[in-house]
Design a protein around this ligand. Structure first.
Ligand code: SF4
Ligand code: SF4
Length: 276
């Protein structure tokens, strides 16, 4: 099969991620009015407000006063990912995903997964960090995660210049490469956890067609959230867990046409905690 076709979603995701960063940069540098602001709060075509709902929640916890446009912007994003995209923000929009995907790829090339010393960090840690961010925001009166968020650092770095923020991104890269597999995005990032929660019942899902599966497990090798693929080789159903980032890497690496995009299957079990 054509190599480019096997990377079609990966190429589309990179075009989207880099394209969005460029539009934010152009909004500041050249005054383009397609996207102005940052991923935390922006204006589309100078008219439609968009806001990161987790950042808005932190600001609410911190007691900040915000205009109605911020709430409308947060509602638009919440509805989009909640009904349609699931956790797609993480693989199609977030710039940090390019850093962590690179680390994951290098782990596979350097065979680090095979020789890895087990460093245990629960995948649920991100939900604790999420809660802690809101508590610290309430206690300090500051949007806590926003102050240290590598997503904001990357986004602002492209628009206004990277400076010391590059060190944070390098630390995440090294942590994912030599420390914990998919350590930042799959274990710690509270924004990823937040989108896992609001995207839990979204419609666009990967579907597994069990009769076609040859149990090669290539999908599980590349999946950043392996546990969401618990049904591989066992049953035909959609990947319903909110932690799936809809990156489509599993679809691309499958040579047996056993995975593809589909609409959520509401007739089967919900998934998490209901593994066979
Ligand atoms: S988990 Fe966090 S850093 Fe990773 S892609 Fe999602 S929002 Fe970005
Ligand atoms: S199941 Fe597929 S689409 Fe979902 S995170 Fe894993 S590789 Fe990406």
């Amino acid at each position: 099969m054509n190599k480019l076709f096997k990377m079609r979603y990966l190429i589309l995701r990179r075009i989207t991620q880099i394209g969005l960063l460029f539009l934010y940069f152009a909004g500041n540098a050249y005054g383009w009015n397609v996207l102005k602001g940052t991923l935390s709060a922006s204006l589309l075509f100078d008219k439609i407000p968009l806001a990161d709902p987790f950042a808005v929640l932190q600001m609410l916890s911190a007691g900040a006063m915000m205009g109605i446009n911020v709430f409308i912007g947060a509602a638009i994003i919440t509805l989009f990912y909640g009904i349609i995209g699931g956790r797609a923000f993480c693989s199609w929009v977030c710039p940090v995903n390019m850093v962590t995907d690179l680390a994951n790829w290098m782990r596979r090339v350097l065979l680090l997964d095979k020789t890895e010393r087990k460093v245990w960090v629960s995948r649920n840690a991100r939900y604790w960090v999420l809660g802690l961010s809101l508590i610290i925001s309430a206690l300090t009166g500051l949007a806590a995660f926003e102050l240290v968020s590598p997503i904001t650092i990357f986004n602002r770095g492209i628009i206004f210049g990277m400076g010391m923020g590059g060190g944070v991104l390098l630390a995440i890269f090294l942590f994912d490469l030599f420390g914990v597999k998919n350590g930042w995005c799959g274990h710690i990032c509270p924004l990823g956890g937040f989108y896992s929660l609001i995207g839990r019942f979204s419609l666009i899902r990967v579907r597994h067609n069990q009769p076609n599966c040859t149990l090669c497990m290539k999908c599980k090798d590349v999946c950043p959230e392996t546990e969401v693929l618990f049904m591989i080789g066992k049953e035909s159903t959609t990947v319903n867990m909110g932690e799936c980032v809809n990156c489509a890497r599993c679809i691309e690496v499958c040579d047996d046409d056993a995975l593809g995009f589909s609409i959520r299957d509401f007739t089967t079990r919900k998934a998490k905690g209901e593994k066979q």
